[in-house]
Design a protein around this ligand. Structure first.
Ligand code: ATP
Ligand code: MN
Ligand code: MN
Length: 300
């Protein structure tokens, strides 16, 4: 019996149409991952990553010579000779001549790969509604000497505080050192109100358990503690996208998890470009499949 049209469509990865120049250029030398390997990864995870990186301003960590190369720069604006599949978008709040970067489809993502964007960092709002974020992200940054279990405890503490506010929290590895707790919002509340809410949450955690948590960036105060970094939640700030690769040794990716997966076996850089596609292929249900459906209004 032939599979139904929609089932076949769901299983077949999309076709890549953008031509890569120098597909053999090595981006992660220790793992031998090339530009073409990065393109193949993003084709495989396209249906998972698409909702988080299309239709919103993006900042890119570009590394034309790979993660160990001398050129590594954070790019927020369009550039001369930018790949034609990447869009330029105009921030309505600025009269800036410099336009921002966005993509709408897989070709756009391949344009990013072609441009050596080894990390993709979206805004928390979309180009359809710049002023009202649709995602909160609490970035948990462990200082030196913090045990992994303490980072997990912090994530659950953030989870319960977001739930008290009526939101539905989700968790992902950062692909670096920490965890990110995210909550989808209905885009009704403006940036200043969302920032104030997240600052309040971080400050309350630091006030209630000052031995464990800090909410200010001051590095000297962070040793042995976890910074509850709420500053991803302001207009123009970015955080790494779910499923994005990291320009760090090991080719880790930021991986969405279910809350009951959190534990000693899955560290912050456990999932990588190499093992993520197999996880996603065998997963019964994507732990973030209800992400957008779970959006709530944050009472400002
Ligand atoms: P980790 O788990 O290691 O903390 P992370 O992605 O959370 O990983 P952070 O250093 O906590 O890393 O977050 C820094 C955030 O600031 C990034 O997610 C990114 O969006 C943003 N950022 C990084 N580099 C720059 C830069 N050069 N200019 C502006 N913003 C940046
Ligand atoms: Mn972090
Ligand atoms: Mn941070």
């Amino acid at each position: 019996k032939k599979p139904t049209k929609s089932a076949a469509k769901a299983e077949k990865p999309p076709r890549r149409t953008v031509t890569l120049t120098h597909p053999d250029r090595v981006y992660w030398p220790d793992e031998g991952i090339t530009k073409e390997g990065l393109a193949d990864y993003y084709v495989e995870v396209w249906r998972f990553i698409a909702p988080y990186i299309t239709g919103r301003p993006l900042a890119l960590l570009r590394c034309p010579d790979g993660i160990d190369g001398s050129q590594k720069f954070f790019q927020k604006n369009v550039w001369k000779g930018m790949n034609a599949h990447i869009q330029s978008v105009d921030d309505p709040a600025t009269k800036a001549t410099e336009e921002l970067i966005a993509i709408r489809d897989l070709d756009g993502l391949m344009g990013l790969v072609q441009s050596a964007a080894l990390e993709i960092h979206p805004w928390g709002s979309t180009v359809a509604d710049w002023e009202h974020p649709d995602t909160i992200i609490m970035d948990l940054d462990p200082g030196d000497g913090v045990a992994w279990q303490a980072v997990i405890d912090a994530a659950f503490e953030v989870k319960s505080r977001l739930e008290v506010a009526g939101l539905v929290p989700f968790v992902k590895t950062s692909g670096g050192k920490g965890l990110h707790v995210c909550a989808p919002l209905k885009p009704k509340t403006n940036w200043p109100a969302v920032k104030a809410f997240t600052k309040g949450l971080a400050d309350a955690m630091a006030a209630d358990e000052p031995d464990r948590y800090v909410s200010t960036i001051t590095k000297s105060k962070r040793k042995g503690k976890i910074l509850i970094d709420y500053l991803r939640n302001q207009r123009g700030a970015t955080a790494v996208a779910p499923y994005s690769t990291r320009a760090r040794p090991g080719a880790a990716v930021s991986m969405p998890l279910s809350w009951d997966e959190l534990g000693p076996d899955i560290g912050p850089a456990h999932f990588t470009l190499a093992n993520a596609p197999a996880r996603l292929a065998t997963l019964d249900t994507d732990p973030w499949s209800n992400f957008r459906k779970s959006a709530r209004v944050l009472k400002g």
